[in-house]
Design a protein around this ligand. Structure first.
Ligand code: FES
Length: 105
C-alpha cells in the first residue's frame, strides 16, 4: 500500500491517505480534498506544481508533456505536476508539498 502525506497549504490542512490500488494523484487530491490546487489538469498551466519530499522513485516517470513544461520552467528533479502523476499501490511513503504555479511562463 502506498501512503501519501500532503503538507498543509495556506488555506488547507495537511492530509494523509493510504491507497490500495494505483490511482491518479489528481483523483486522490479531489477525493480527500488535499491541499493541492489544479487549473488545466493537462500539463499546461503549472498550477499543480508539487515538490516531492520523499518517494519520488515510486511515482511514474514524467510523460512528454510534463517533461517539456518542467524543462521550460527550469524545475528541478523533485518538482512534478500533480495532474500528471500516478501513485502505485505498492509499498511506498510519498511526501508532497504543493508549491503552486510559476507566475511567468
Ligand atoms: S493543473 Fe495545469 S499543469 Fe497541472
Amino acid at each position: 500500500m502506498a501512503t501519501i502525506l500532503f503538507e498543509k497549504s495556506a488555506d488547507r490542512s495537511a492530509v494523509a491517505v493510504t491507497l490500495t490500488e494505483p490511482e491518479c494523484l489528481v483523483d486522490v487530491c479531489d477525493r480527500v480534498r488535499a491541499p493541492v490546487e489544479f487549473g488545466c489538469r493537462a500539463a499546461r498551466c503549472t498550477t499543480c506544481r508539487i515538490e516531492v519530499l520523499q518517494g519520488l522513485s515510486a511515482l511514474n516517470a514524467p510523460n512528454e508533456e510534463e517533461s517539456e513544461l518542467l524543462q521550460v520552467t527550469g524545475s528541478g528533479e523533485k518538482i512534478r505536476l500533480a495532474c500528471q502523476v500516478t501513485v502505485p499501490a505498492s509499498e511506498a511513503l510519498i511526501h508532497l508539498r504543493w508549491i503552486g504555479p510559476l507566475t511567468a511562463i
